[in-house]
Write a protein of this length. Sequence first.
Length: 136
Amino acid sequence: MYSYKFKHRIRYADTDQMGYAYYGNYPKYYEIGRVELIRSLGFSYKSFETELGVMLPVVNMEARYIKPAFYDDEITIETQLMEIPSKMITFYHKIYNEKEELINKGIVKLFFIDMKTNSRVSAPEILIEKLKIYFE
């Protein structure tokens, strides 16, 4: 398993009229977690596209809202890979408030798509090589 944590502050623009973090923002928090996990491995989403010619469209997302986050809260987005990706990569997200209480969890599945052919491909070998040490 590979896990990465990233802190993010809830901005005023992220909240609804009740002062809660708007539920529609949680997919953005998942994306922040995914992007930062990939960055922690020495890649960027941008490099997948520009250097490897691979894009990662979301094909499925599940979210479980447990407790609200509020304006100016600093949340921790924990993102995990439970398995080495093949033609799909699945990210497991847990979001915690400042009291380290679990407030949200989600699962996001993405495919690897060759940008020239628009067909599904396997995960780039360079990504698999970086992850192998965490799964041995």
